[in-house]
Design a protein. Structure first.
Length: 112
C-alpha cells in the first residue's frame, strides 16, 4: 500500500469530521425511527494548504493521479496515528500563483 507523500504539512484550521450514517424513517404522525446504517464510523479530513512549492504540488498531484480510487496510508501530523484512507473527492485544487508556487491547494480524504 502506498504512503501519502512527505510534503509540507497542511493547514489545520478546519476540524476533522467523524461520520456514522443512520437510516431514518418519518411517519405521518411526526415520529422518526432511526437506526445505525453501519457498525462503525469513519473519519474525514479536508486537507488545505495556503501555498505549496511547485515541487511539493507535483508530488501531491502525482500521488493523487496514481492513487485515486485506491487505499493509501496517511499519518495524522498532530496525533501521529496512522490511517488507511482514500481520496473522497475527484478533484485536487491548486492555483498557479507565482513561478514556483501554488496557492489554495485542497483535497479531501476519508478513512477506508
Amino acid at each position: 500500500m502506498n504512503t501519502f507523500p512527505t510534503i509540507r504539512q497542511p493547514n489545520w484550521k478546519t476540524s476533522p469530521i467523524f461520520y456514522k450514517p443512520q437510516g431514518r424513517t418519518e411517519s405521518e404522525a411526526g415520529y422518526v425511527h432511526s437506526r445505525p446504517r453501519s457498525t462503525r464510523g469513519i473519519h474525514k479530513w479536508s486537507l488545505n494548504w495556503t501555498y505549496l512549492s511547485e515541487v511539493d504540488y507535483q508530488l501531491l498531484e502525482d500521488f493523487f493521479r496514481a492513487n485515486m480510487g485506491a487505499a493509501f496510508t496517511w499519518v495524522h501530523p498532530i496525533t501521529n496515528v496512522s490511517y488507511t484512507c482514500r481520496f473522497s473527492s475527484d478533484t485536487l485544487v491548486g492555483d498557479e500563483q507565482v513561478p514556483g508556487y501554488r496557492s489554495g491547494i485542497a483535497c479531501s480524504i476519508e478513512e477506508v
